[in-house]
Design a protein around this ligand. Structure first.
Ligand code: UN1
Length: 513
């Protein structure tokens, strides 16, 4: 392969080979004798690398190495595991710009978002360092004299992480950091279209593990396609499978893991709405909706896909939104000035074109965009549409379309907007724009938004790591990152200890002979 200097510089700064094929499997050693997959730059179409994925035999070996690594790692004291995470944090932060550039190169998101994604990984490592000294159990009052009940968090086992192309580093970070703090081994199967992001991260982490005398398979990597994901989902050696991706695949993964009684975390589709009330501050709301709909070229799970505008401000809002859309120019995501990069793949372009065609066929008013750009790369025009039907049960409103398309409708009162917000199968994120505290109370309460992330004067996307991240309903009810998410990565032992000289039964049961 002969790489452009743009690509070669980014890869070599991260120690990814720029000639020959690249190993895509790590279980303590780098290898890969399975199928070759190509990493393709969405901006230029350049082939960045051919990656050697895991053969079925290598998958098998990687899973058993992960098991062995877990047996070792569970005996390392948690604060010591935190110290290793602190070093991983430092190693990632030292390569923040380079890793961010690789995300832009391989995934296509713009520079500031690429670097932001690495920052999210760094942040969750910080969080997990703290957690490593705070993963506390409890002492529960026993009803029996001379008894104590302890709830003890123990390491869980092997955690399989199946991640998506849109956050090719951070979502792994959420899982890896909590999993390591908890004393587990992790095996990562990234999206087949972003293998280099995974290889770069694994290379950095492997080095830290090695310096600390920890087996590399504590943070193993198996690139590959469906078969690798299935092998992890079906393996009895994997206690917890954390999957991010479509509802369609999530349903299959969820069933597979459940059928062997494994634990599963699902982060599936979002179909997120922003609601703008007449008292909203439009100077804040317009740019925030703009970022929510267009950031990452509309390919965040949390991207704003539906915009519900109160009748009193609808025209003014759309006017201002159209203005910001019209100033948008597509460009190289590595270019500092670019706000709109390409969508990730040819498949993403198809998804976009199919959705736009449907809008046009059903007489939607297209207020911005509506076709792809005539230029190299997967560039599509961000689209604002006013669909003819506002009926939330129409397929158009019910499905997540992973592209920069914003469907808008006009409502008359908050109750109607909340009904529309909740009328879709997905339940990831939602955002209300208002200055009225009464609206806020309704929105975050029992009659309010039913999504996992419920924001006020904050857009649907761009969550911080401190709170638990995840969605309800068809989004899969998973919670990752902050909050109580760590509690899923441990094996809880409820231990009743009798330190008295008799052995009474609970509930006063008398079984004396
Ligand atoms: C995703 O889109 O899969 O809240 C994750 C956000 C980011 C994470 C998104 N912190 O948009």
């Amino acid at each position: 392969r002969s790489l452009s200097s743009r690509a070669a510089n980014i890869l070599s700064a991260l120690d990814i080979p720029t000639t020959g094929e690249v190993c895509g499997v790590y279980d303590g050693e780098w290898k890969g004798t399975g199928d070759l997959v190509s990493s393709v730059c969405p901006t230029t179409g350049e082939i960045l690398a051919r990656v050697k994925t895991a053969s079925p035999e290598e998958l098998h070996v990687a899973l058993s190495k992960a098991r062995e690594a877990y047996s070792f790692f569970r005996n390392v004291p948690a604060p010591r595991r935190g110290e290793i995470l602190r070093q991983i944090r430092g190693a990632l932060a030292a390569k923040r710009t380079e890793l961010g550039a690789l995300i832009s190169l391989e995934m296509g998101k713009i520079k500031t978002e690429g670097i932001g994604e690495v920052q999210e990984f760094v942040d969750i490592c910080d969080y997990a360092v703290g957690l490593s000294r705070m993963m506390n159990g409890r002492v529960v009052a026993s009803e029996r004299a001379g008894h104590s009940i302890l709830e003890v968090p123990n390491p869980l086992g092997v955690v399989g992480v199946l991640s998506a192309f849109n956050f090719p580093m951070a979502v792994y970070g959420w899982n890896l950091s909590l999993s390591l703090a908890a004393g587990n081994a992790t095996i990562w199967k990234p999206s087949p279209t972003t293998p280099l992001c995974a290889i770069a991260i694994t290379t950095i982490i492997a080095r830290v593990l090695e310096e600390n005398g920890v087996p590399g398979a504590v943070a193993g990597l198996v690139t590959g396609d469906k078969e690798a994901g299935e092998a992890i989902a079906e393996s009895r050696d994997v206690e917890l499978v954390s999957f991010t991706g479509s509802e369609h695949v999530g349903r299959i993964v969820g069933k597979n893991v459940q059928s062997r009684f494994g634990k599963v975390i699902l982060e599936l589709g979002g179909n997120n709405a922003a609601i703008v009330m007449p008292d909203a501050d439009l100077a804040m709301a317009v740019p925030s909706v703009f970022f929510g709909a267009i950031g990452t070229a509309g390919q965040r799970c949390t991207s704003t896909r539906r915009l519900y505008l109160h009748r009193d401000i609808a025209d003014a809002f759309l006017d201002r939104l159209q203005k910001v859309y019209s100033g948008l120019k597509p460009g190289d995501p590595l270019d500092e000035a670019t706000l709109l990069g390409p969508v990730h793949s040819a498949t993403s372009v198809d998804i976009y074109e199919t959705a736009v065609r449907h809008l046009k066929n059903t007489d939607a008013r297209i207020l911005a965009g509506g076709s792809r750009y005539e230029r190299t790369g997967n560039f599509v025009q961000p689209t604002i549409a006013l669909p003819k039907s506002v009926d939330p049960s129409d397929a158009l409103w019910q499905t997540e379309c992973f592209a920069p398309i914003l469907n808008c409708a006009v409502f008359d009162d908050l109750e109607e907007a909340i009904r529309w917000n909740n009328a879709v199968p997905q339940g990831l994120s939602s955002s209300l724009w208002t200055r009225d505290v009464r609206n806020v109370g309704t929105w975050i309460g029992p009659n309010g938004s039913d999504t996992g992330i419920v924001n006020v004067n904050v857009g649907t996307s761009g969550a911080e790591i401190g709170a638990a991240f995840g969605g309800n309903k068809n989004t899969g009810w998973g919670r990752e990152s902050g909050g109580d998410a760590w509690k899923q990565y441990v094996r809880w032992s409820a231990c009743t200890i009798n330190f008295s000289d008799s052995a009474p039964l609970a509930q006063g049961v008398d079984f004396s002979t």
